[in-house]
Design a protein around this ligand. Structure first.
Ligand code: GUN
Length: 293
């Protein structure tokens, strides 16, 4: 079994990005600028956004964090999105999800100029991805593709099972794995809460992408010997031994599954660091106007 070290790959990718930014600046171009909107004080969102701001500094990007309290109105938020759309200094921006219940996330996502949508959540980017056109690709699935690429994991003709059908992980993951690319060319099955025989589906998989958000869902009896296991789960579970009072739990029972498989991502240190790194890559592309003029 080989451990997929997402943390190490992410560090390497960020170094590559920093070198490109240094070259851009040397050639008189401006530093790529990422803005992030954070609403409220959800612990997970605070942590992710802080990590994104920190990664911007490592990559040599300018970053701006815009905060709103939980009671911000949808109209106020949409006005800020329109400001950022028009701001020539901002190359890309994100609105951290989830948003409070009184705000319609889809309205916000669709208000973002798709040319600055470095999260890849706008329907134009989702649609372009689905037909293989240049676009901003959702960070988590793109980070997983990068891990498969850098570890030279064979995907062509393999059976991949994606557990979970979210718009930001499961669906784009399935789309990318089936694409005529390398990595790609998989036969893909998406499983979700209404799937029958989920154990049987998983047992046939050469590659399992676990993105349900259910700690320890994937057990040893669901894994074919030699399978590749990618664990996207990051559920906070109480842990009195930790200073924070919690630890991150993956969707895979690592201890029992790891000895069976060919490759596996740990939690933490697997997919998580790559997600942030993919956002940095999209920001670089936005700064260079590589995808959209
Ligand atoms: N919430 C969970 N993942 C993400 C992400 O990739 N981007 C944004 N904006 N919010 C998220």
């Amino acid at each position: 079994m080989q451990l997929i070290d997402g943390k190490a790959v992410a560090e390497q990718v960020k170094e590559e990005i920093a070198a490109q930014v240094a070259a851009m600046v040397e050639n008189g171009m401006k530093r790529p600028h990422l803005a992030a909107i954070l609403v409220g004080h959800d612990g997970g969102s605070e942590t992710y956004v802080a990590a994104k701001v920190k990664a911007c500094a490592v990559c040599g990007f300018t970053s701006t964090l815009i905060r709103y309290e939980e009671d911000v109105t949808e109209e106020e938020l949409l006005a800020k999105v329109r400001d950022l759309n028009e701001d020539p200094d901002v190359d890309g921006f994100i609105v951290q999800l989830p948003l409070p219940r009184h705000i319609n996330e889809q309205h916000v996502i669709e208000a973002i100029d798709y040319r600055k949508d470095v999260d890849g959540f706008h329907p134009i980017n989702v649609g372009r991805m689905s037909i293989g056109l240049p676009c901003f690709i959702s960070a988590t699935p793109n980070g997983i593709m990068e891990l498969l690429r850098r570890y030279n994991i064979e995907t062509r003709g393999k059976k991949a099972v994606v557990l979970g059908r979210s718009n930001i992980v499961g669906k784009p993951m399935a789309t990318l794995l089936m694409q005529k690319t390398n990595p790609g060319d998989c036969t893909v099955t998406i499983c979700h809460s209404h799937t029958q025989n989920i154990v049987e589906e998983c047992r046939q998989a050469d590659i399992i992408i676990a993105a349900l958000g259910q700690p320890g869902f994937v057990t040893a009896d669901m894994v074919k010997p030699g399978a590749v296991i990618i664990d996207v789960g990051t559920t906070r579970v109480p842990d009195a031994t930790k200073k924070s009072g919690f630890r991150l739990s993956g969707d895979v029972r690592f201890d029992e599954v790891a000895p069976l498989c060919s490759y596996i991502t740990p939690v933490p240190g697997g997919v998580g660091p790559m997600t942030i790194c993919s956002l940095m890559k999209n920001t670089l592309l936005a700064g260079k106007k590589s995808i959209y003029r």
